[in-house]
Design a binder for this molecule. Structure first.
Ligand SMILES: [Zn+2]
Ligand SMILES: [Zn+2]
Length: 169
C-alpha cells in the first residue's frame, strides 16, 4: 500500500478580506459565501452588501440584459419592446446575457463596473495620468510614514484601520 504524504486535511482556518471596505471574515473551513462575500470573474472579492439590496440587484441585472438585447438581439433601428413582451425577451436572454460560470459577471461587480474605485487602482491611475508629481508625493509620504512610525510600525496599521473614503463605503 502506498503511503500518502502531505498535509492531513484537518479543518483549516481561512479568511477573506473585502477589497472595497477592508472588512475581514475568518473561520474554520469557511467558504466565500459563508463569509458573506462574493468574487467576480476578475478576482475582486467583496461583501455581498456592496451589491445593493435584492431589488437593486434585480433592477441592475435587468438593465444589463436589456443592454445585451439592444446590442446583440435587436436589428439596427429596431425599437425595444415594452411590457410583457420585454419581460419575455429578458427571460429568454437571461442565461446568454449573464454568465455566472466563472463567478460574478463583471457587469454586476461594483469594482469592474467602476461604481467603486479601489484605493490601489486610484493610486495607479494617478501615477498614470499625473505621473511625476504623484510619484514624488508618494515617495515623500512613504518617507513621512517611516519617520513618524519608526518606533512602532504597528501603530501605523492601527491608526489607518477602518479609515475609508466615503466614495467606497
Ligand atoms: Zn466590504
Ligand atoms: Zn470585479
Amino acid at each position: 500500500m502506498k503511503k500518502r504524504f502531505g498535509f492531513v486535511s484537518n479543518s483549516s482556518s481561512s479568511s477573506f478580506v473585502c477589497d472595497i471596505c477592508g472588512q475581514e471574515e475568518s473561520g474554520y473551513d469557511m467558504c466565500l459565501s459563508e463569509a458573506g462575500m462574493v468574487e467576480c470573474v476578475n478576482g475582486h472579492t467583496f461583501c455581498s452588501d456592496h451589491l445593493g439590496s435584492p431589488d437593486v440587484q434585480e433592477k441592475y441585472k435587468r438593465d444589463v440584459i436589456i443592454k445585451y438585447i439592444q446590442e446583440h438581439v435587436l436589428e439596427e433601428n429596431e425599437e425595444l419592446p415594452t411590457g410583457g413582451e420585454l419581460d419575455d425577451l429578458i427571460e429568454e436572454y437571461l442565461d446568454e446575457a449573464i454568465d455566472y460560470d466563472d463567478g460574478l459577471p463583471a457587469e454586476l461587480c461594483p469594482v469592474c463596473s467602476l461604481q467603486c474605485i479601489l484605493d490601489r487602482d486610484m493610486l495607479r491611475y494617478l501615477l498614470l495620468t499625473r505621473g511625476d508629481n504623484t510619484a514624488l508625493a508618494y515617495r515623500d509620504i512613504c518617507e513621512e510614514i517611516r519617520r513618524e512610525y519608526k518606533n512602532d510600525p504597528s501603530m501605523f496599521y492601527a491608526d489607518i484601520k477602518g479609515v475609508n473614503l466615503n466614495e467606497n463605503s
